[in-house]
Design a protein around this ligand. Structure first.
Ligand code: HEC
Length: 156
């Protein structure tokens, strides 16, 4: 390959990537009603709250901390997808708006997800090492999710 051809390919790619930036998804953090947050609407011990904030809130809340690369296509598409799908699954910022039945269903899945290492998503952990759950962390999340599900079952 001649160096002129290589140069043209690199310039061509740069133009394509620059053009793709026009298709950047919005990075939204919808307004929050603090009275509906999981902290207000459930009984969350502070240490569990801290784990959820650190390891889950970026995708399962309206308080996403958008990393710099979420502003650069194509990474932006992946991040926005995770956030959209994560919030659609459940949103800790809207916890109080969910009927008890829905909360219990989410809580019951939560323990399996963290115990089996399915959550937080692997791709997320590559760039967010601090969100990795230690054994003590996932056990705290598990215990809390089961206790909270029991509390809701009794209250019903
Ligand atoms: C990088 C984004 C991201 C993070 C961080 C994240 N999740 Fe998720 N979560 C998702 C997405 C996307 C889905 C829906 C698709 C799927 O199940 O893979 C999901 C689904 C779930 C589900 C439903 C699973 C099912 O099978 O119905 C639970 C429960 C869950 N997450 C819990 C958690 C908990 C607890 C944390 C923190 C310890 C967490 N997630 C962190 C993105 C994330």
């Amino acid at each position: 390959m001649t160096s002129t051809l290589l140069k043209r390919i690199v310039i061509g790619l740069a133009i394509v990537v620059a053009g793709m930036q026009f298709f950047r998804p919005d990075r939204t953090n919808p307004p929050i009603d603090a009275t509906q947050s999981v902290e207000a609407a459930a009984t969350v011990p502070p240490e569990v709250g801290a784990i959820l904030k650190r390891s889950c809130f970026d995708c399962h809340s309206s308080e996403t901390r958008w990393p710099w690369y979420s502003g650069v296509v194509p990474m932006a598409w992946g991040v926005a997808n995770h956030v959209t799908e994560g919030r659609a699954e459940f949103n800790f910022s809207a916890w109080g708006t969910y009927p008890a039945r829905k909360r219990v269903a989410i809580l019951e899945k939560m323990c399996d997800q963290v115990r089996e290492g399915k959550m937080p998503l692997k791709q997320y952990l590559w760039l967010h090492r601090d969100a990795t759950l230690s054994e003590a962390d996932w056990k705290s999340v598990c215990n809390w999710s089961m206790e909270e599900a029991d509390r809701l079952a009794v209250a019903r």
